[in-house]
Design a protein. Sequence first.
Lengths: 466, 98
Amino acid sequence: MKLDDTLLPILYMLAAMGFILAIKWLNSPATARRGVIVGEIGMLLAVVGTLLRFEVVNYQWILVAFVLGTAVGIPIAYIMPMTAVPQRTAFSHACGALASALIGTAEYYKGLDQGAGFSTVVMVALIIETLLGFLTFTASMMAFGKLQEVLAQRPITYQGQNFVNLGVFAAAAGVGLALIVSPARSVLFPVFALLALLFGVLLIIPIGGADMPTVIALLNSYAGLSASAMGFVLNNKLLIVAGALDGSSGFILSIIMCRAMNRSFTNVLFGAFGQLQTSAAGPGEARPVHSATAEDAAQILDSARNVVVIPGYGMAVAQAQHKLREMFDMLTKRGVDVRFAIHPVAGRMPGHMNVLLAEANIPYDKLWEMDDINPEMSNVDVALIIGANDVVNPGAETDPHSAIAGMPIIQAYKARTVMVIKRSMNPGFAGIDNDLYYRENTLMLFGDAKAFLSSVVKELGALVKA
Amino acid sequence: MGNYEFDLWVFMLAAFLGFQLIRGVSPLLHTPLMSLTNAISAITVVGAILLTGEKDASTLSRILGFSAVFLAVLNVVSGYLITDRMLKMFKRREPEKK
């Protein structure tokens, strides 16, 4: 049985190369699907390599778990609507984190049974693995609940919340430390696990929907780091590398998200955004707005040379992306240049809007990033805002007291005409009033995004015939 | 298991490689990126298989390992498939159809 020393390390190394290339090829949509294939090959090599190891002799349960996992995984991948991708992502973070936590738990009890004792290094890695695993599991389930709207989306806060959270975390870390010092005190392990699980729940309670992109990215990072820690426990480089790739990916994405909101990590996690600000804005003070009908909107769009559409989560909620595509087609046919401006935090996870628009068959070269579109906004005839609010709020640039002061925005206000499809004048998620709505060149289009866009499409059709 | 120093070096280098690679990924594809890395981190299936397949694993190990294999395979399968499903949707402008 020399296989373990010769062939298997090479299989693992090839697997790691597959994962690295998979991420590398994701840098462009043209090569991205090739990336998925090498990633799959990498995983296959890793699994085959592991099954061939001499200590693996009992195949029946592995096989059953493979069949069950595949049977549940395939329908999830194909039935899941694209609007539900954030929930699915949160759910799979939960699954991945739970898997690491369970393996860590089993490794701990196995080590106790064998009585050989743990080296400090292994114990540190094991505690990190299970701590991150358990807390990411419950945190991701909470995020899933909020995204699926099983739980209230509004952040829930109470007096002294941060102290309670930090206290629970300190307790978990303290018990973890005690276990590292004396691994044989096995009564502590369930306590440690429960504290980690509890902390995960507490962590997400004060998080609102608008902060989900950052939090999901952060949980992605934790799940990866947990897998990496498992690599230290099992002395397996492939796990270390794959986990580190996932960990750094989630970490960078959450930094990008934080920057796009001009906020810090601590502020996202402990700031409980999205409440209280309404009172500061002075409620009930009705300022005049200009509103317009679908007919007016269609005419304005039709006579424009170029249009920039700025979608937000509201578009996803109203499922308006397919109607938007119809409008895009008609306007393009009439010679209007239509582009889409995507704010990094639009939607409920990084890149969410791009996926929805791509699903609606909008070509990706029409999807523009915020930094690329902003210099051109003053040459834009019409900015059409659909279900977005804070990401176009000029208050972020002009009002230093605004809750979103300093957040980079898509400068819709620079366009000659701004049109906003919105249900009512209720403030958006962050509860901040938006000065854009009261401007001279802004037209409010009141109604459900999908219904309103279909009327616009109908009116455009009438214009074509006339 | 004395070579944790070597493991730490591997971790550090892989993390930096990760930072560089992720920076190159277009924001257009951040959602597929997350589902792909999520599938990759289901490499924990390796640990789960080792645990479940051992010759004389305890019942606890067997149960926990079995659940972990299930969860990890679920993530591998759904992660790769949904990533591919998303990427398939990203198209350049199609030729004008009549």
